[in-house]
Design a protein around this ligand. Structure first.
Ligand code: SAM
Length: 241
């Protein structure tokens, strides 16, 4: 089935002949902003059933209905990689979430560290950013964005079966590479603009499931570091090999 150009992430199950109701925001986007009408083709995905080409059956100002015609792409889940990061300024935090979704993270966990200077995050707004990133990059999966949690609490309740690749800025320039690491459930940890505190560093170093890594000879901005670390991991252990 040919892929439609306009993509929409929906909650609803998708399948042959399935009628998919649109909420007000989706109707406004499709019929108001994108000027589509009955008979138009739209690509739908819900993060579980792959991408389906659907046809607009009913178009109204605040609602609408699409009918699934056929599957255009199979469900493609990312590797089992999470991103743990300390939020920074709003636009750059948005950027980190958007790039983590595009680069193939399965879950995004904002954390409060000692030097995190961003206020509270709006989890629903960041989740919408992740969804828009998936719509844009032809993804069929949308990573979950958690609400912010204290780093210490996250580590205390951590499942040791998931290893943490800790981008430790104190290793700047060292040759800590990913060689020798094995595939499996991983999480990448990126600190805030102020970096990690000495007590956080000591706690992380003492955890058997934490592997420190250098991101080269220069100190990167947190958003650059997140992209660099995910790229390194994907190329070495993920679905870019
Ligand atoms: N204020 C810190 C300093 O001057 O050392 C820099 C923190 S940096 C802006 C934000 C985060 O990016 C760090 O906590 C770390 O997770 C990551 N990072 C940046 N450059 C890195 C590098 N060369 N090696 C490892 N991690 C790095």
């Amino acid at each position: 089935m040919e892929r439609a150009k306009i993509r929409l992430c929906v909650e609803h199950p998708l399948g042959e002949g399935q009628a998919v109701p649109l909420n007000e925001a989706q109707a406004h986007y499709l019929f108001g902003v994108m000027r589509q009408g009955p008979g138009a083709r739209v690509a739908l995905f819900n993060g579980r059933d792959g991408e389906w080409t659907a046809e607009v059956a009913e178009a109204a100002k605040k609602r609408g209905t699409l009918i699934c015609l056929g599957q255009a792409a199979p469900q493609l889940n990312p590797p089992d990689l999470w991103l743990i990061f300390a939020p920074i300024k709003k636009e750059r935090t948005d950027f980190i979430v958007e790039k983590a979704a595009e680069l193939g993270c399965a879950r995004i966990l904002p954390v409060q560290t000692e030097f995190t200077n961003a206020g509270r995050i709006k989890q629903d707004r960041l989740q919408a950013h992740a969804m828009e990133a998936a719509e844009q990059c032809l993804g069929t999966f949308v990573p979950t964005v958690d609400d912010m949690a204290p780093l210490r609490k996250l580590l205390d309740g951590w499942d040791p079966a998931r290893r943490i690749l800790w981008a430790d800025e104190s290793l700047v320039g060292a040759a800590e590479t990913l060689a020798g690491l094995t595939p499996g459930p991983w999480a990448i940890l990126i600190g805030p603009e102020g970096g990690f505190s000495e007590s956080e560093r000591a706690k992380l170093r003492a955890l058997p499931f934490v592997t420190p890594v250098s991101l080269g000879p220069r100190i990167l901005r947190a958003d650059t570091a997140a992209c660099a670390a995910i790229t390194l991991w994907q190329a070495a252990l993920g679905d870019w090999r």
